[in-house]
Design a binder for this molecule. Structure first.
Ligand code: GRF
Length: 256
């Protein structure tokens, strides 16, 4: 790797460490209480500049709609500029139409490879001047192309307490493992799936007789609470750092 890339990754690590530390253990306990009492979690992120969000979704879009609702309620200082979905049947398109938010289909099957899809996503988000990317149920792996276009500004939600149960069928994995508490995590996106620094988590107890469906429903209720808050929290930390220069998608050469 060229030496300037190494310098960039050192900066990244220190920024990220700060973000990871601002999710105090207390928020997990409060979120656990929230699941039992139906009360919202208590910790409130501070102010941050307005965000122009680009959302990526493959399915129902309930998290997308929860973020839109938080914006409408004045709980998140942002706008959703564009939703990209990759599956023609995705219900998120209907939700976006109802909310008058632009939605565009980029069907992954029509692209030569993952990089080509990520380049197209980047182009569309740049056309809408998107500053933060929110993966709300996006079921595709992303590549360095998207990561380098929005450095430290891509968040994902995952239905487990990471680093436990990454990857697909996380709710089923937790049930099969016999754990008593699972939950959901909002984290920065890195190349390895579900591996990036964690911004916020909520715990959800597994109850006797829980099925995948009943547990998933309770986890999703917590996802809808923490995702907008985690976006604000991440933005508050990261937006204070210099705005990244958008990178072109030209191949890098190794000058070493
Ligand atoms: C969520 O449960 C999220 O954790 C996972 O995909 C699901 C998306 O749900 N990554 P929805 O489309 O937001 O309803």
């Amino acid at each position: 790797m060229p030496s300037d890339s190494n310098a960039a990754s050192k900066t990244t690590a220190s920024e990220i460490e700060t973000v990871a530390l601002v999710s105090p253990p207390a928020s997990v306990h409060t979120a656990l209480a929230a699941d039992q009492t139906n009360q919202p979690v208590a910790n409130q992120p501070g102010p941050h500049p307005p965000l122009r969000l680009g959302s990526m979704a493959s399915g129902s879009g309930s998290n997308f709609e929860a973020i839109a609702a938080a914006i409408s309620a004045g709980e998140l200082n942002a706008t959703i500029e564009l939703v990209i979905y990759n599956n023609p049947q995705a219900k998120v398109a209907e939700r976006a139409a109802r909310l008058h938010i632009p939605a565009e289909l980029l069907d992954h099957r029509t692209f030569a490879n993952r990089e080509a899809l990520d380049d197209a996503i980047t182009d569309r988000f740049r056309a809408y001047n998107v500053t933060w990317v929110i993966m709300a149920g996006w079921m595709r792996r992303v590549t360095e192309r998207l990561l380098s276009a929005f450095p430290h500004r891509i968040l994902n939600i995952h239905p487990s307490l990471l680093p436990s149960f990454p990857g697909i069928r996380a709710v089923e994995q937790a049930l099969n493992a016999g754990v008593k508490i699972t939950g959901c995590s909002v984290h920065f996106v890195e190349l390895i799936v579900d591996s990036g620094p964690i911004v916020m988590q909520a715990a959800v107890p597994i109850l006797p007789g829980d099925s995948i469906e009943t547990l998933q429903a309770r986890i999703q209720r917590q996802e809808h609470v923490i995702f907008p808050r985690a976006i604000a929290l991440a933005a508050q930390q990261i937006s204070a750092s210099p705005t990244p220069t958008p990178q072109t998608n030209t191949p890098q050469t190794n000058s070493a």
